[in-house]
Design a protein around this ligand. Structure first.
Ligand SMILES: [Zn+2]
Length: 167
């Protein structure tokens, strides 16, 4: 029975990571560092977003923040109790903070983000506990696809003679 649930979880994670990758591709098309995110509640996508830092000239316009904002607007609530936040790359300190503030239940991310990824700073035993909230964190879902789109983006920019800019 446990294995069945595990299998179901993995399928949901992969489907939602595919949605997040679609968002990342939308970012790529807008010349943004291609990171995408979705917020899922009861198996349904209630918010999505991609990195829009350049277009908005806003250092907080990360994919996760955009997805959390979208979900909160749709729910008309800042509380995302029980929701899962999927993101193609390991979240930074700010996005982990936003997930904690929104009472997100879990974060599932794709590839590691060596520069600004902050999970290892805060995570212990698969959780971040902060105040009276407990946020579960799992990484490595569809990590190869998530990393590939970032590699492709930066390779393309180097080809164009642009200096790559980290998210
Ligand atoms: Zn972030």
């Amino acid at each position: 029975m446990g294995a069945l649930f595990l299998c179901g979880d993995t399928m949901i994670h992969e489907a939602m990571m595919a949605e997040s990758l679609n968002e990342a591709r939308a970012g790529f098309a807008e010349s943004e560092v291609p990171i995408g995110a979705v917020v899922v509640l009861n198996g349904r996508v209630i918010g999505k977003g991609h990195n829009q830092k350049e277009r908005l000239q806003d250092p907080t316009a990360h994919a996760e923040i955009m997805a959390v904002r979208d979900a909160c607007q749709n729910l008309k609530s800042w509380r995302l109790d029980g929701a899962s936040l999927y993101t193609t790359a390991e979240p930074c300190l700010m996005c982990l903070g936003a997930a904690l503030q929104a009472r997100v239940a879990e974060i599932i991310y794709g590839c590691k983000e060596p520069k600004f990824g902050a999970v290892e700073l805060l995570e212990s035993g698969g959780f971040i506990e902060y105040g009276n909230h407990r946020l579960a964190i799992k990484g490595g879902f569809c990590a190869e696809e998530c990393a590939a789109i970032l590699r492709e983006f930066f390779a393309e920019r180097r080809g164009l003679g642009c200096s790559p800019r980290a998210e």
